[in-house]
Design a protein around this ligand. Structure first.
Ligand code: AMP
Length: 285
């Protein structure tokens, strides 16, 4: 644990100044964008950046443009002091803490039309979500001028959206996807897990269980995409979810539904457990 106070910056101008100093030293910059309420999943991204880069920047910003009006923007947890303590323990070099005004000034009217891969799955349930994600991620990549940005496989479609975004717009940052950090019982860690009651927390384990069972089914020779989807949907219902949003097998790059299993593929699920929407996924390589 380092005793040095962690450095925080709140404005774009201060960040630009700081980053240009780092750049002059020819240090490599790693960047981990987050919405805070940090857990081991976020910290695993930070550790990856610390290993691979000279200087690690973490942003904490609950991005309003990726929430729809019926989502939990106001309730979203914001335990800032605890987050800063965790980041200090990890030896993070700089935390960027912009407010809404800083990233979306009153006269700011430019936004990103997200790539095609944003249109399905999460994009169907949350039509404006990825435009908000793509816009804020591009703003943050530009501000941090990072060599590498780290994203979690937990939000697999988000990783694809960001990879396609940087490819399509020739952004120089490299995008690295880090594995899903899970609780001991397999539940993917998420800042939203705190919304779950004790009973819902138990039910929530069925998302990962469903993925594991389905992986087993595929390993044993199942190749029919529709049978796989039907199995996942049934397993989620039996597991007690309130509602299944999607449960699919898709091409790992385009996220197109696969009638027949081919590799690499990805199993993706989204379900409501009580009032809480949970997602999980598993790669088939
Ligand atoms: P969020 O704060 O939810 O926007 O997440 C910030 C980053 O942490 C995103 O790249 C997420 O995919 C990643 N992340 C969230 N949960 C996990 C997890 N359980 N394992 C790995 N990465 C995660």
């Amino acid at each position: 644990m380092t005793s040095k106070q962690i450095q925080t910056i709140r404005t774009r101008d201060d960040l630009f100044r700081m980053i240009s100093q780092i750049r002059q030293k020819r240090s490599t910059i790693g960047f981990v964008p987050t919405m805070g309420a940090l857990h081991e999943g976020h910290l695993s991204l930070v550790r990856e950046s610390k290993q691979q880069c000279d200087f690690t920047v973490v942003s904490i910003f609950v991005n309003p443009t990726q929430f729809s009006p019926d989502e939990d923007l106001d309730q979203y947890p914001r335990p800032l002091d605890n987050d800063l303590q965790l980041l200090q323990q990890e030896g993070v070099d700089l935390v960027f803490l912009p407010d809404n005004q800083e990233l979306y000034p009153a006269d700011c009217s430019t936004s990103i039309k997200p790539p095609l891969v944003a249109g399905k799955l999460e994009g169907e349930s949350r039509p404006t979500h990825f435009a908000g994600v793509a816009t804020v991620v591009l703003k943050l990549l530009n501000l941090t001028q990072c060599d590498i940005a780290y994203f979690g496989q937990k939000d697999y479609q988000q990783v694809k959206v960001v990879q396609h975004l940087v490819r399509d717009l020739n952004h120089p940052s490299k995008i690295v996807m880090c594995p899903i950090a899970r609780a001991e019982d397999g539940l993917a860690l998420s800042s939203r897990n705190i919304y779950l009651s004790a009973e819902e927390r138990q039910i929530a384990t069925c998302l990962n269980r469903t993925l594991q069972e389905t992986m087993q089914m595929i390993a044993e020779g199942e190749t029919d995409g529709r049978a796989i989807m039907a199995h996942m949907t049934q397993a989620l219902i039996e597991g007690g979810v309130t509602e299944t949003d999607y449960a699919v097998i898709a091409d790992a790059e385009s996220l197109e539904f696969l009638e027949q299993v081919s590799r690499p593929a990805v199993l993706l699920v989204a379900a409501m457990v009580g009032e809480t929407r949970l997602i999980d996924n598993c790669l088939i390589t």
